[in-house]
Structure formats: structure tokens, C-alpha cells
Design a protein around this ligand. Structure first.
Ligand SMILES: C[S@@+](CC[C@H](N)C(=O)[O-])C[C@H]1O[C@@H](n2cnc3c(N)ncnc32)[C@H](O)[C@@H]1O
Length: 262
């Protein structure tokens, strides 16, 4: 009952805060329902692409598979190919990596080994004990990722972040606050990755897919449109099982235009 009342409260709050946005979203609800029905009853036949049987070498996957002693790493296995797909461009460069959720420190070591000696790794965790993993190339901040003041202080202490991996508490509220506080702060060309977005109709998933509406905004001019602040900053949004990735533009586009050859 409490949960139901909370949902009704959130719904009413959204309607009062932004009635126009709310009406637009309500208009998309039938399409969301159709998409769910279609994907849930998807006609599936097992097929493999011919000639693509062996997987390309992925240093992260190899590191994880060979990691039998030392500090623990806790990742879903299918994440490794996705990481490599989005992160390979940063390997060997001077990059700042932030992982929220340090746990036993093994993933911080993995990132440093993958990105190389020029990288600096930042870890955030609510557990004070994680401070033990600090060293010359790893800085640890203790705090709650759902606390906006924590992020405000973090931003003042760190020069810039190129890659953010959210593997912390995994509640939709924590994930949304972290994104709102940190996505604008990521450097141009940066990659924002949120892990463990679990379950059908996950509220963080709804938040992240809601971002696509502004990405698709044509501002009433379908052939030639100026870009909004969001469109000039955000390059793309990628959805994978349990993972959401947002990439930022390296060079902001000034406009979006459709070339026509007649
Ligand atoms: C899944 S573990 C992280 C695993 C680690 N990244 C790895 O790959 O091995 C989640 C971590 O998030 C931390 N955590 C939980 N709630 C948090 C919060 N609100 N803010 C920051 N960290 C949190 C926990 O203390 C725990 O260490």
C-alpha cells in the first residue's frame, strides 16, 4: 500500500512540475506497452553470424579470466566486451577514471592495468574501509552517491573525469542523482556508464531512455535545426542488458542538418 501511494505521489508531482512534459509522456505510453509486448513475445531462433565465431582479443576479459588471487572483482561477464567497445579509445592516454563502488578494490586495479600508466583512478564508496585502496595513482573518496553535497565537494577536488562507471548502490534514486550531478561534469568525449540496471520497467532505465526525447528534438525544423545544450553535449545513448552508456561529443555540433541531393 505504501509503495502504491508513493507511486501515485510521484506521478502527481511529475504532473504538477511539468504538465506539458507529462502530457507528452502519457502520449508515448501505448508505444511503450506495444514495445514491451513485442519484445516479450519475440520470435526467437538461435542463429550465429557466419565467419564471426571467434571473439576478438579483449585485454579486460583476459585480465578478469586470469585474475585468480588478490583483490576481488565483481562484474557480469557480458560487460567486458561492452567496456572494451566504448573504452578502447582511451587506452594509453592521460585519462581520469571514476568508479563508484570500490568493494574489495580489484576493479580499480583492473582499470589501471587496462588504461595504463598515464591513467588516474578515482574510487567512491560509502564504506570507510575502502580508503585502504588509496595509492599514488588511486584516490578514494568516501561518501554517499545519493548525496548532492558530496558530489559538489567531489567536483571541487578533482580536475575532470573522462570515464564514470556507476557500480555503487544500484537503486534508481542513487543512479539518477549521480547522473544528474556528474554527467554535465564529464569532459568532452567522456563516457558515462551505469551498471546493474535490473528488471523490467526499472525507473532508472525509464529516466535514461527519457533522455532520448531531447536528443531527438528537432525544435520544429526537421531539415535544419539548431542544437540544444543537451544535443551539443551528448553524442549518443546506448542500451545493453543491465547497462546504460552515454557518450559525450568531443567536438560539439553547431547544428543538425539533413543534406539533400536532388
Ligand atoms: C557491487 S559492489 C562494487 C563492486 C566493484 N566495483 C567491483 O567491480 O568489484 C558495490 C559497492 O558500492 C558501495 N555502495 C553501496 N551504496 C553506496 C552509496 N550509496 N554510495 C557509494 N557507494 C555505495 C558498497 O559499499 C560496495 O562496496
Amino acid at each position: 500500500m505504501k509503495r502504491y501511494l508513493r507511486s501515485v505521489y510521484r506521478l502527481l508531482k511529475a504532473m504538477v512540475n511539468d504538465p506539458r512534459g507529462f502530457a507528452h509522456v502519457v502520449n508515448t505510453v501505448p508505444s511503450v506497452c506495444s514495445a514491451y509486448s513485442f519484445s516479450h513475445a519475440y520470435p526467437y531462433t538461435i542463429q550465429e553470424a557466419e565467419g564471426l565465431v571467434s571473439l576478438p582479443i579483449n585485454p579486460l576479459r583476459e585480465y578478469f579470466q586470469n585474475h585468480k588471487v588478490g583483490r576481488g572483482i565483481w562484474k557480469w561477464e557480458h560487460y567486458f566486451d561492452i567496456y572494451h567497445r566504448h573504452f578502447a579509445q582511451f587506452v594509453g592516454h592521460k585519462v581520469n577514471i571514476l568508479e563508484i563502488g570500490v568493494y574489495s578494490g580489484g576493479s580499480l586495479e583492473m582499470w589501471r592495468s587496462y588504461f595504463g600508466e598515464k591513467s588516474h583512478i578515482y574510487g567512491v564508496d560509502i564504506d570507510e574501509a575502502c580508503k585502504a585502496y588509496e595509492n599514488d595513482f588511486t584516490s578514494i573518496f568516501i561518501g554517499d552517491q545519493a548525496d548532492r553535497t558530496f558530489w559538489s565537494n567531489f567536483r571541487k577536488s578533482v580536475e575532470g573525469i573522462d570515464i564514470l562507471i556507476d557500480d555503487g548502490g544500484h537503486t534508481p534514486e542513487q543512479q539518477q542523482i549521480t547522473l544528474e550531478e556528474m554527467l554535465p561534469y564529464l569532459r568532452p568525449g567522456g563516457v558515462y556508464l551505469c551498471e546493474d540496471v535490473h528488471g523490467c520497467f526499472n525507473r532508472f532505465s525509464a529516466f535514461a531512455t527519457g533522455l532520448v526525447h531531447e536528443l531527438n528534438n528537432t525544435h520544429g525544423m526537421p531539415d535544419q535545426s539548431n542544437v540544444s545544450r543537451f544535443q551539443s553535449s551528448i553524442h549518443s545513448i546506448h542500451l545493453y542488458p543491465y547497462l546504460i552508456i552515454i557518450e559525450k561529443h568531443r567536438v560539439p555540433p553547431r547544428k543538425l542538418s539533413a543534406a539533400r541531393f536532388l
